[in-house]
Design a binder for this molecule. Structure first.
Ligand code: DGL
Length: 282
């Protein structure tokens, strides 16, 4: 690949604390993760990339998502990022290992799956866990594999809930329409005796209350956002790369711009965002 030079030029030993954190997602749902990172680490500068030209990733092949993820990684390296966070469950499932191999240890890489898997595995009150996410995430089986590796005794039950991400993006959450759709998915018989649910999609923090109330607050809900923000903090701390004074504003790039996308950012990120069009596929 012609862009190998970026990974080589970037080496942890040459990085400075004031370099930005690179965050990417298939679109704007990953802003829930960016929001958690900026809340926990307000001195960090964020470069966000939403691949709105290719969303949703939930229905794409793993090969396509790997291809997109490598190009976006290059974009974030060109922007001089000191850490890359894959803020999308579907891309974390399909492309984490591909990007990890590409970076070859030169740039720290965080995904949204491992911190949640570790939290669930460490919680011994959970004997059976539910997982909901996009078709791509669920079909990959990555949550089950990683959970079983840490806790072979843990029972898992996963369900693709394809409608939920687009439903939330269209503004349907905490209302009667969303409750009906959520109830219909959660009525899956295998979910009846779970002690916890993994919300394996960046959009799902917005329906956390509805999922909790479906189960009468009886189960634990695992959202990746705070766990992932903490993982980013810990990773930077260990490398002595935490910034202490942010100099530049955050930037939010998308591969396809519409006003509708910009409007929708309000659902996922506290504070006003201006999307910048960066047509990296042209
Ligand atoms: N952001 C994706 C995820 O977390 C969901 C949206 C999509 O399918 O692109 O899985």
């Amino acid at each position: 690949r012609k862009n190998d030079r970026f990974a080589i030029r970037h080496s942890i030993s040459y990085m400075a604390r004031n370099q930005p954190i690179g965050i990417f997602d298939s679109g704007i749902g990953g802003l829930t993760v960016a929001n958690a990172v900026s809340g926990l680490l307000p001195e960090e500068e964020i470069i966000y990339f939403g691949d709105t030209a290719h969303l949703p990733y939930g229905d794409k092949s793993a090969e396509s998502i790997q291809h997109y993820s490598l190009r976006i990684t290059d974009f974030l390296l060109e922007k001089n990022c000191k850490l890359i966070l894959i803020a999308c469950n579907t891309a974390s499932a399909a492309a984490f290992e591909t990007v990890e191999k590409y970076l070859n240890g030169n740039v720290p890489l965080v995904n949204v799956i491992d911190p949640v898997v570790e939290a669930v595995a460490a919680d011994l009150s959970i004997r059976k866990i539910g997982i909901i996410g996009t078709k791509g995430t669920i079909k990959s089986g990555v949550y089950e594999q990683k959970l079983k590796a840490l806790r072979p005794d843990l029972e898992t039950v996963a369900l693709a809930t394809a409608l939920l991400a687009s439903m939330i993006e269209a503004g349907f959450y905490n209302n009667s329409v969303s409750q009906a759709v959520i109830n219909s998915y959660l009525a899956y018989p295998d979910f009846s005796d779970i002690q916890g649910m993994i919300m394996a999609c960046t959009h799902y923090p917005l329906i956390e209350k509805e999922v909790a109330s479906y189960f009468n607050q009886r189960i634990k809900i695992f959202n990746s956002n705070n766990l992932v923000a903490n993982r980013v903090k810990k990773t930077l701390e260990q490398l002595d790369l935490l910034n202490d004074a942010r100099q530049n504003p955050h930037h939010f790039y998308v591969s396809d711009f519409t006003e509708s996308f910009e409007q929708t950012t309000k659902i996922f990120f506290q504070g006003e965002i201006h999307l910048e069009h960066s047509p990296i596929w042209e």
